[in-house]
Structures are given as C-alpha cells and as structure tokens.
Design a protein around this ligand. Sequence first.
Ligand SMILES: C[S@@+](CC[C@H](N)C(=O)[O-])C[C@H]1O[C@@H](n2cnc3c(N)ncnc32)[C@H](O)[C@@H]1O
Length: 259
Amino acid sequence: MTAPSHPTLWQHPALRALCAQLAAALLVVLLLVISSSLLAYRPSQMAAGLLHGGLAALLGRRLGLPAWWLPINALFVPALLLLNGQQLPPNALLGAFVLLLLLNWNSFRERVPLYLSGQKTIAALDALLQPLPANFRYIDLGSGLAGSLYQLSRRYPQAQFVGVETAPLVFALAWIRCLLRPNCQIRYRNLWQQPLAGYDVVYCFLSPAPMPRLWAKARAEMQPNAVLISNSFAIPGVTPSEQIELHDWRASQLLIWRM
Ligand SMILES: C[S@@+](CC[C@H](N)C(=O)[O-])C[C@H]1O[C@@H](n2cnc3c(N)ncnc32)[C@H](O)[C@@H]1O
C-alpha cells in the first residue's frame, strides 16, 4: 500500500470557504450597484449581509464543502455586522481570534478541530481496557484537553497513558491537568512524529482527513495484537475488527482494528 500524501491546498475546506465568501461579496457589490443605479434602491446593511450569507452558503456547497459549513458560511458576515454595532473594545475581536486559533491550531493544516470525547465514549473505552494486563500502554493521538486520558489514568493506575497534542493552549491546559498524575503524560508533539511501537492501545478522535495516512502509519509501526481505536472516523476501505455504537447525541461509534 502506498502512503497517502498530504492534501493539496485546494482540498482545505477553509480555503474553499474563503473563496465562497469573496465570490459572494463580489456578487453582492455587483447587485448593490445595479439596484441602486437602475432601481434607486439601497437595501439595509443587514439585508445585504444576509444576501451575502445565502450566496456564500450556496457557493460553498457548489465548491464541495460539507453541509456543516452551510451555517458557518451563511452567518459569518451577518455576525460580523451584528458585532460591529456592539462597540466592543478594539482588542476583543483580536483576542477572541487568537483564543480560537490557540484552541483550534490543527484545524487548517490537519483539518482536525477540537471536540471532546464524551462520558459514553470513556465508559466504552474503560470496558475495552478491562481485559488487558494491568500495565498496558495507551496513547491518545491528538489528546485535546486530556479528559478521557485523565479519567482512564485514574481508573488504571498501573497502566501508562500518553497524550500528544500540538494546539498550544489545549496542550498547556491538558499538561496542567495531568501534572499530578504520575501515569499520565502529555507531550507537545505532532502525532505524525510519535512512534506507535510499544503501545497496546492507540486511540484517536480526529476527522476523516488524516485516517488513510494514520492507517499506513499504524500498519508500519504498531505491534502485533495492539489495537487502534478511532472515535467515529472510518478508514476508507478497511473494515474494522469491531464496532461499538455509543448511542450519544453525535451518534458516535468506536471503530476498532486489531493489528
Ligand atoms: C477532536 S479532538 C479530540 C481530543 C481528545 N482526543 C478527545 O477525544 O477528547 C482532536 C485533537 O487532535 C489535535 N490534533 C490534530 N492534529 C494533530 C497533530 N498532527 N498532532 C497532534 N495533535 C493534533 C487537535 O488539536 C485536537 O485537540
């Protein structure tokens, strides 16, 4: 099997969303010029913003963005217009942007935003870990705020838990959280640089984008009988050895591959 390559620039949804926003802005400006010169009609700023949102959402879909981008594209400019009227302190928007960036550092390059494993996932992981020898080794690739790692490390004090994370603020919070847990270590490390040999369980909750490349890495590095567990995201063309429905609001599943 050849290793899957990095996505091209155009495959990044954020770039296509930007194109949809810019194209919608051009269309709205054109429509505004036509309506004011031919019909002597000037819509309100918010009406133009809503028109822009509708066009951006449609264009985004035409450019192949998934359905969950619809509300983002539709509401982006109207939300900016609403905020503009609020007279926020000048640094508030910049601060919010930097905060989002530090939390979602991997959204653009890896196409993996921050969302967290829920309690049902943690309970299902717990059930999967019970039959293992007490000193098993477990790694969470992209460990987020380390919620599942922290809880599982308390439940299995003789096992070793490692998380790797590259979103700066997320890493810092997770690192502080696990500081007093001797069997739980959070590393500031890109998951692609993390060797997987020596781990009995490799857990990830990423997105569809990195799964083919992760499968190639897992096959090359994981030891026989170790398990790869993906929360919800499948590996195209590779049937899991086991699949567990979590019955949560996201309709999550644990997909499990035994090496
Ligand atoms: C969906 S969250 C899952 C968090 C945690 N594993 C959980 O289940 O609650 C994915 C995390 O992976 C991180 N991530 C994405 N790409 C990464 C990479 N190449 N190296 C390290 N972390 C990465 C993101 O910053 C994010 O915190």
